[in-house]
Write a protein that binds this ligand. Structure first.
Ligand SMILES: O=C(CO)[C@H](O)[C@H](O)COP(=O)(O)O
Length: 232
């Protein structure tokens, strides 16, 4: 895992993040994803709330998106109050030509999956480097600490190479917002994302894996500031 920097400016990410924010209208309940690309969306939505009177409610996917949304001035709600969201916007670590995605680089994929599954429309924002014909990046798998040994054994039986994600400015494992560990699982090229998703979900102790098959629309930010839109 390389170090994540959510504050470095990126024109590609900004282009995608801001373009996606235009899909949001007053009256909507909006799922707010995690990461450096969707951070641009959250900041832009906050600007519209403060300066243009945009009336929305945000549902966050992590402490990171909660802090950003509060700082931006977006009023927040939760899934108990609003089980159906109008739209969810989030980043991805890799996304293929059929819009299967790998998420969880920020260890937030469990809540991101719940929030995106609650939305009528799920939009992913990414820069060009995230696109790939087929998925081949390591898949983040959130695991109950109690089940770590069993899950590692089962993943190896599937042919995966699991690596416990370690903290960068904390000794020992990364602890998710839900109090769990994350395994980054190298599985080579993923030819059947749906089949793999089912296999990973069936391992006792797996809380959630980072394969997403519910992306409706992808906004790809380019270096020249343009944005390509791909729909399912
Ligand atoms: O899944 C995620 C967090 O768990 C992020 O959305 C994903 O890692 C992309 O992040 P970034 O936009 O910073 O590249």
């Amino acid at each position: 895992m390389t170090e994540r920097n959510i504050s470095a400016d990126s024109p590609e990410k900004r282009a995608a993040g801001i373009a996606a924010s235009r899909m949001v209208e007053s009256g909507m309940v909006v799922g707010l994803g995690t990461g450096s690309t969707v951070a641009y969306t959250i900041k832009e939505l906050g600007r519209r709330v403060r300066e243009e009177g945009l009336e929305i409610l945000g549902v966050v996917t992590s402490y990171q998106s909660e802090m950003l949304a509060i700082e931006a001035g977006i009023p927040l709600a939760n899934l108990a109050q609003h089980p159906k969201l109008d739209i969810a916007i989030d980043g991805a670590d890799q996304i293929d030509s059929k819009l299967y995605a790998i998420k969880g680089g920020g260890a937030a994929h469990t809540r991101e999956k719940i929030v995106s599954a609650s939305a009528r429309h799920f939009l992913v924002v990414a820069d060009e480097s995230k696109t790939s014909i087929q998925l081949n990046k390591a898949v983040p798998v959130e695991v109950l600490p109690f089940a770590k040994t069993l899950v590692i054994k089962k993943i190896k039986e599937l042919g995966g190479k699991p690596e416990l994600r370690l903290g960068l400015r904390k000794d020992g494992p990364v602890i998710t917002d839900n109090g769990n560990f994350v395994l980054d699982v190298n599985l080579g090229v993923i030819n059947d994302p749906e089949g793999l998703a089912l296999k990973l979900s069936s391992i006792p102790g797996v809380v959630e894996h980072g394969i997403f098959s519910n992306v409706d629309e992808l906004y790809i930010g380019k270096k020249d500031g343009s944005v390509e839109i791909v729909r399912k």
